[in-house]
Ligand binder design. Structure first.
Ligand SMILES: [Zn+2]
Length: 422
């Protein structure tokens, strides 16, 4: 898979959260960016960057690859709880390891083609997901969805599986990180939440959790713990710069300040928030208060970054707190790179890990560079992750087309089989 020679990219325009700079030469050796504006000392692959733009890849801060096939059943979207009990929790126990494997193949193949270089995924059969991540060449922060409903029914058993998975996969290939995934405050018992906090403190493991996707989270938290969710997590020590909280639709300013203080990454999922009528998260306000914002694809029907960016921009305008393309570029690159803490990612700099996308113009009219990059005026030409080429001139190098089509057929058969029972 991939290459082991140095990669020299000549005369390219670099765009990241801090700079827009033309005529840059980038040298990549092993998995590092070892030089900017100088030639590689050893010969290797040379890419002519004329007419191309180099950016960090997009890192998607919240996904469920195993739910990818049922995300397309749009007609069934209702309130989160109704959707979970009537669709997700009926689908999930029927998922075999092979189903999860092929589901991940389809999702990651599509992601690579969009310039996505890393994900934070929480679900079941995570060994299968990790296997696909490892083969695909992308990065992932993976966790088991710890919950007392659906797939596991017993949250202690789910936690045990998360820890087994952690020991088996954390640190593999330098691209896989394993976190703990308490699904939501409503689906994890107090005892398990306290145990997760104890393990986090002892073993320094990251957290990935749904928070305030729906108001019912707050009702439950007030009823059970006497305070809102963020304060429960803060008291337990679950908030840190290694914590991802997904959704955050109902967080108020005081709670956002607590998240900013702890450098928590909030994954904004505007499309699913709208489809499930959960509400519109105050993403712009999060940025104003210093919260790190990421963007999730969750189980959006199209699984497209362009569509998610449009959802984020349009929904933010509805609440009078408009996000810009630059806000979302930062969210997808620099801010989201923190989910791979402590790795140096998210900018194109000497001494950073070599994760980058080279974009080619798609022949659409120009607006500003960040809008162009996010809204489809450019398309990914090359994707390099950890110094290896995973997308080459628009072709996925690490997953064959045959495997992708085989996965599509497998999942289509599975869907037909399961849907008959729905
Ligand atoms: Zn989710």
């Amino acid at each position: 898979m991939g290459n082991s020679e140095p990669i020299f990219i000549r005369n390219i325009t670099v765009v990241d959260s801090e700079i827009v700079k033309q005529g840059v030469d980038i040298c990549i050796e092993d998995n590092w960016i070892t030089g900017l504006s100088r030639e590689c000392t050893k010969s290797g692959i040379v890419i002519d960057g004329g007419g191309l733009i180099a950016t960090p890849p997009f890192y998607i801060a919240h996904t469920h690859l195993g739910l990818y096939p049922i995300s397309r059943i749009v007609g069934s979207w209702s309130h989160l709880d109704e959707w979970a009990s009537s669709i997700a929790w009926r689908w999930e126990p029927k998922l075999t390891s092979l189903d999860s494997y092929y589901s991940a193949v389809i999702a990651i193949y599509d992601y690579i083609g969009q310039g996505i270089g890393g994900i934070a995924d929480m679900h079941f059969n995570m060994d299968s997901i990790a296997e696909v991540v490892e083969k695909s060449g992308i990065r992932a922060n993976l966790s088991v969805a710890i919950m007392n409903q659906g797939f596991y029914e017993d949250d202690w058993k789910a936690l045990e599986d998360n820890m087994r998975f952690y020991r088996a996969w954390n640190g593999r290939s330098g691209r896989i990180k394993v976190s703990l995934g308490p699904c939501t405050i409503r689906l994890v018992s107090r005892g398990v939440l306290e145990e997760i906090a104890r393990i986090k403190a002892e073993e320094n493991i990251g957290i990935h959790m749904h928070v305030d996707e729906v108001w019912e989270d707050e009702e439950y938290s007030l009823r059970t713990y006497g305070v809102k969710v963020v304060y429960v997590l803060d008291k337990l020590g679950l908030l840190s710069d290694d914590t991802i909280l997904a959704h955050g639709v109902w967080l108020d300013d005081d709670e956002l300040r607590v998240l900013a203080k702890h450098k928590v990454l909030v994954a904004h999922n505007p499309t699913t928030n709208m489809l499930l009528r959960s509400g519109i998260a105050r993403a712009r306000r999060m940025l104003q208060l210093g919260v790190k914002l990421g963007l999730g694809l969750d189980i959006s029907p199209t699984q497209s970054v362009v569509d998610e960016v449009l959802s984020a921009i349009t929904s933010s305008r509805l609440i009078g707190e408009p996000l810009t393309a630059k806000d979302l570029f930062d969210a997808l690159t620099l801010y989201a790179s923190s989910m791979f803490k402590p790795l140096k990612l998210g900018l194109i700099r000497e001494g950073y890990l070599a994760d980058l996308v080279l974009w080619i113009h798609n022949g659409k009219p120009r607006t500003n560079i960040y809008e162009d990059l996010l809204l489809g005026a450019y398309k990914p030409h090359t994707l390099i992750i950890n110094g290896k080429i995973v997308l080459n001139e628009g072709h996925v190098e690490t997953i064959s087309k045959d495997t992708y089509y085989k996965a599509l057929r497998h999942i289509e058969d599975k869907l037909q089989e399961v849907l008959q029972e729905f």
